[in-house]
Design a protein around this ligand. Structure first.
Ligand code: ADP
Length: 334
C-alpha cells in the first residue's frame, strides 16, 4: 500500500507510541508553536490554574496528538483521549466531562467532525465548566445543570476552516502546525534511529528526509522500510545509497512522489492534456477513490507546485511535465 499517506495505518500505532516525543524539549521543529505553548503552560503553572483551551491545527502526521500528550505531561496531569466522530451522542461527552478531575486534559482529535449537540454541550463546558444534562424526553424533559472540574480541552483539526465560529472562539490559543523543513526531519529521523537502534548515517538521513513530504510520520515510516532493506540486503547501515535503493523498491521517487502520485500526474498530463479536469474523472483514470486522490495525493502535489486546483478542475503545472520528463506545452504557460 501507499508508503506516503500522512494518516497512520492501524498496525503503525504501536511504533508511533514508541517514537512519540514525550516532553516539549524533545519535540523537534515547530519553533513558534513550541515557544508559544511553553509560555501558555508556564503561565498557567505559575498561576496554579489550568491553561486556556488549545486548538492544534494542521495536516495529518505533523505531531498534533504528540503535542496534546506533551501538554498533559508538562502539566503533570492525566489525558483523556477521544475524537470528534466518537462523540456522536452528547451523552457520551457529558459522561466524559463529568468524570474529569481538576486540571486534567481532554483531547478531542478531529474536532471538526463532532456532532452538533455534542458541540453545543462543549460551549458551556469550555466557558463555564458546566454541562446541562437533559433528563427525560418530550415536553416533560428537564435540563439539570451539572458542575464539572476546571479542565483544559485540547482539540486537533486538519481543517480549521471547517470549525464553527463559536467553537473556534472558545479556544484561548491556536497553534498552527507547519510542514517540517528537511533539516528538522533529519533530526526527527536521527532521534527515531537512536530509539530503534538503527545505524543511520548522516547522508542516509538526508536522503530519507528529502522524500518525506515535510511530515514526521512519513519520515518514520520510510525509516522503518529502509531499515528492513538495510538489515536484509546489506549490513544494516543506512547510507544514502542504501536509502536510495530501498526507496526504489517502495516506488518512492526523489521528490517523495509514489506510484499513485505519478499515476495522477501522468493521467492529468497524458490523458487530459494537462487539464483542467474534474477530480472524479482523474480518480477513475487511475482507478482510485476520489477521496484518496483528493486527500492523499493532491495536498502534496499542490504544495510541490505540480498541480493546481482551479474552479474548472485540476491543472498540471510546468513542474509536473518536467518531473515526468516531458516537455511542457508552451501555449499553456506562455
Ligand atoms: P498527528 O496527530 O498530527 O497526526 P502525531 O502526533 O500522531 O501526528 O505524530 C505522528 C508521528 O510522528 C508520531 O508518532 C511521532 O513519532 C512523530 N512526530 C510528529 N511530530 C514530531 C516531532 N515534532 N518530533 C519528533 N517526532 C514527531
Amino acid at each position: 500500500e501507499s508508503q506516503l499517506s500522512p494518516v497512520a495505518e492501524p498496525e503503525e500505532r504501536e511504533d508511533e507510541a514508541t517514537l512519540r516525543p514525550k516532553r516539549l524539549s524533545e519535540f523537534v521543529g515547530q519553533p513558534r508553536v513550541r515557544e508559544q505553548l511553553d509560555l501558555v503552560l508556564q503561565g498557567a503553572t505559575r498561576r496554579g490554574s489550568p491553561p486556556d483551551h488549545v486548538l492544534l491545527s494542521g495536516p495529518p502526521g505533523l505531531g498534533k496528538t504528540s503535542l496534546a500528550m506533551i501538554i498533559a505531561a508538562e502539566l503533570g496531569r492525566p489525558i483523556r483521549i477521544t475524537s470528534g466522530p466518537a462523540l456522536e451522542r452528547a451523552g457520551d461527552l457529558a459522561a466524559m466531562l463529568s468524570n474529569l478531575a481538576e486540571g486534567e486534559v481532554m483531547f478531542i482529535d478531529e474536532i471538526h467532525r463532532i456532532a452538533r449537540p455534542a458541540e453545543e454541550m462543549l460551549y458551556l463546558a469550555m466557558e463555564d465548566f458546566r454541562v446541562d444534562v437533559v433528563v427525560g424526553k418530550g415536553p416533560g424533559a428537564t435540563s439539570i445543570p451539572l458542575e464539572i472540574a476546571p479542565f483544559t480541552l485540547v482539540g486537533a483539526t486538519t481543517r480549521s476552516g471547517a470549525l464553527t465560529g463559536p467553537l473556534r472562539d472558545r479556544f484561548g490559543f491556536t497553534a498552527h502546525m507547519e510542514f517540517y523543513e528537511p533539516h528538522e526531519l533529519q533530526r526527527v529521523l536521527r532521534r527515531s534511529a537512536t530509539i530503534l537502534g538503527v545505524d543511520l548515517h548522516e547522508d542516509g538521513a538526508e536522503e530519507i528526509a528529502g522524500r518525506s513530504r515535510g511530515t514526521p510520520r512519513i519520515a518514520n515510516r520510510l525509516l522503518r522500510r529502509v531499515r528492513d532493506y538495510a538489515e536484509v540486503r546489506v549490513d544494516g547501515a543506512v547510507t544514502r545509497e542504501v536509502a536510495q535503493a530501498a526507496l526504489k523498491v517502495y516506488d518512492v521517487d526523489d521528490l517523495g512522489l509514489d506510484r499513485l502520485d505519478r499515476a495522477v500526474l501522468g493521467a492529468l498530463v497524458k490523458s487530459f492534456g494537462g487539464g483542467p479536469v474534474g477530480v472524479s474523472t482523474l480518480a477513475v483514470a487511475v482507478g482510485e477513490e476520489p477521496t484518496t486522490v483528493e486527500e492523499v495525493c493532491e495536498p502534496f502535489l499542490v504544495r510541490a507546485g505540480m498541480l493546481a486546483r482551479t474552479p474548472r478542475g485540476r491543472v498540471a503545472t510546468a513542474a509536473a511535465w518536467t518531473h515526468l520528463g516531458l516537455p511542457a506545452p508552451i501555449e499553456a504557460f506562455g
